[in-house]
Design a protein around this ligand. Structure first.
Ligand code: PLP
Length: 377
C-alpha cells in the first residue's frame, strides 16, 4: 500500500480528469485557433472548460486565463503589477512566508532597485493587517499575500488586507497566491477584493502543467510571454486543451462534493493530530493549520530529512516542508522563530479527498517505530 500524505505537494489525478484529458488528446485534439470543424469543436470545449473552472473559482469566464502552473501565475502577477505601477513607484509589500514563486521574482526586482517589505508572521503563522497598514507607502505598487500557506495551512487575512490596501490607495494592485486555497477553503476573488489571483491544477487532482490566473475585469495588464493572440493576447501559446479539460473535470467533481471533501479532510486532520500525539512520544504540533488539508508537526531532535527517508523506506510519503526547498530548512518554519531542535524535525502532513485513516495510522506507526529505534540528536 502506498501511504501518500503529501497532497500539498501534488495530488493523484482523479479518474474523471484523466478520462477528460485522454478524450481531448485522442479525439477532440484540434488547435482551437484553426478554422475547420475539429478545431472549432476544440475551441467550444475550451470555453466550456473555462466556464467550469471559473464557476469553481467564483469569477466570470472572461476574468480567467490559463497558464502552465502556479509558478507562472505568481511570476506573471508580480511582473505585470510592477509594469502597471511603474510610474507610481518602486515599493512592494509581501510576506516572509510566500512561496518561492513569489519571493524569487521579488528578489530579482530588489536587485533592480525595488524596495520590498516582507511582513513577518506571528508565532501562529499569521501576518497582521496592522503591520500591512504600517507598511503601505505612497510609492507602493503591489501587495502580494498568499491565501493559504503551503507549509502551515494557515489562512492569511487577505480580505481585510485587500480592503486596507484599497482604502489607502485604489491604484495599488493586490495579488493573492491561492494555489493552496483553491477548492479547499471557500472564497471568491470578488469577496476577497483582490485584483489578481493565482491557482494551479495539480493541487486539486488535475495534472501538472496547468494553472489559471484571475485578472479582475477591466484591469489591463501586460503579458509575460509574447506570441500569438491566445487568451486575448495575454497568455500566448497554443492552449493545452487536454490539461484544461482535465482541470475542468477535476473542478466539476470537486464542486459537486465540495462540503463533503472539506469535512472529510478536516476530520482526517483532526484524527491525525490526535493519533500522532498519542502514538509518537515527544511529537509536537507546530501548526494545526486553518485550512482543512495541511498541518505541520515536529519530532524534535530527529532531522526531517532522516524522518522522510525512514518513512519512505516503509512506503509512507510525507514532506519535510515545501518540496521546493530540498534539503534546506524552510524559510516558512524559520520565520516562526521555532527552537532549532523543533525546526530541524518538522514534517508537513497534507491530505486530499482520497486520503484515509489507514494512511494516518501507517504514518503514526512508522514515526513511532523510528522514534523507538533511534536516540535523538
Ligand atoms: N504557490 C504555492 C502556495 C504553492 O504551494 C505552490 C506549489 O507548491 C506554488 C505556488 C507553485 O505552483 P506550481 O507547482 O503549479 O508551479
Amino acid at each position: 500500500m502506498i501511504v501518500y500524505l503529501d497532497n500539498a505537494s501534488t495530488t493523484r489525478v482523479c479518474e474523471e480528469a484523466a478520462r477528460a484529458a485522454l478524450e481531448v488528446m485522442t479525439q477532440e485534439f484540434g488547435n482551437p485557433s484553426a478554422r475547420y470543424g475539429l478545431a472549432q469543436k476544440a475551441a467550444r470545449r475550451l470555453e466550456e472548460d473555462r466556464a467550469a473552472v471559473a464557476a469553481a473559482l467564483g469569477c466570470e469566464s472572461g476574468e480567467l486565463y490559463f497558464t502552465s502552473c502556479g509558478t507562472e501565475g505568481d511570476n506573471w502577477a508580480v511582473r505585470a503589477a510592477v509594469e502597471y505601477g511603474r510610474r507610481r513607484g518602486k515599493h512592494i509589500v509581501t510576506t516572509a512566508i510566500e512561496h518561492s514563486a513569489v519571493l524569487e521574482p521579488l528578489k530579482e526586482l530588489e536587485g533592480k532597485g525595488y524596495s520590498i517589505t516582507r511582513l513577518r508572521p506571528d508565532k501562529s503563522g499569521h501576518v497582521s493587517p496592522r503591520d500591512l497598514r504600517e507598511a503601505l507607502r505612497e510609492d507602493t505598487v503591489l501587495v502580494s499575500m498568499m491565501l493559504v500557506n503551503n507549509e502551515l495551512g494557515t489562512i492569511q487575512p487577505v480580505q481585510e488586507c485587500a480592503a486596507i490596501t484599497k482604502a489607502y490607495c485604489p491604484d495599488i494592485l493586490f495579488h493573492t497566491d491561492a494555489v493552496q486555497a483553491f477548492l479547499k477553503v471557500p472564497f471568491t476573488p470578488k469577496e476577497l477584493g483582490v485584483d489578481l489571483l493565482t491557482i494551479s491544477g495539480h493541487k486539486v487532482r488535475a495534472p501538472k502543467g496547468i494553472g489559471a490566473q484571475y485578472i479582475r475585469a477591466g484591469l489591463k495588464l501586460s503579458p509575460l510571454l509574447r506570441g500569438g493572440g491566445q487568451e486575448k493576447g495575454l497568455r500566448p501559446g497554443t492552449e493545452p486543451t487536454a490539461q484544461i479539460a482535465a482541470l475542468a473535470a477535476a473542478c466539476r467533481v470537486w464542486e459537486s462534493w465540495s462540503e463533503r471533501y472539506r469535512s472529510h479532510m478536516a476530520q482526517l486532520k483532526e484524527y491525525a493530530l490526535e493519533k500522532l500525539c498519542q502514538t509518537v512520544p515527544d511529537l509536537e504540533v507546530v501548526n494545526a493549520g486553518d485550512a482543512p488539508h495541511i498541518c505541520a508537526v515536529s519530532l524534535p531532535g530527529y532531522p526531517s530529512e532522516m524522518l522522510v527517508r525512514a518513512l519512505n523506506d516503509r512506503g509512507v510519503y510525507v514532506s519535510s516542508g515545501s518540496a521546493c526547498h530540498k534539503g534546506k530548512p524552510s524559510h516558512v518554519f524559520g520565520a516562526l522563530g521555532l527552537p532549532k531542535r523543533t525546526l530541524m524535525g518538522v514534517l508537513r502532513v497534507s491530505f486530499s479527498p482520497d486520503s484515509t485513516r489507514e494512511e494516518v495510522d501507517a504514518l503514526a506507526e512508522g514515526l513511532a517505530a523510528i522514534r523507538a529505534g533511534h536516540v535523538g540528536a
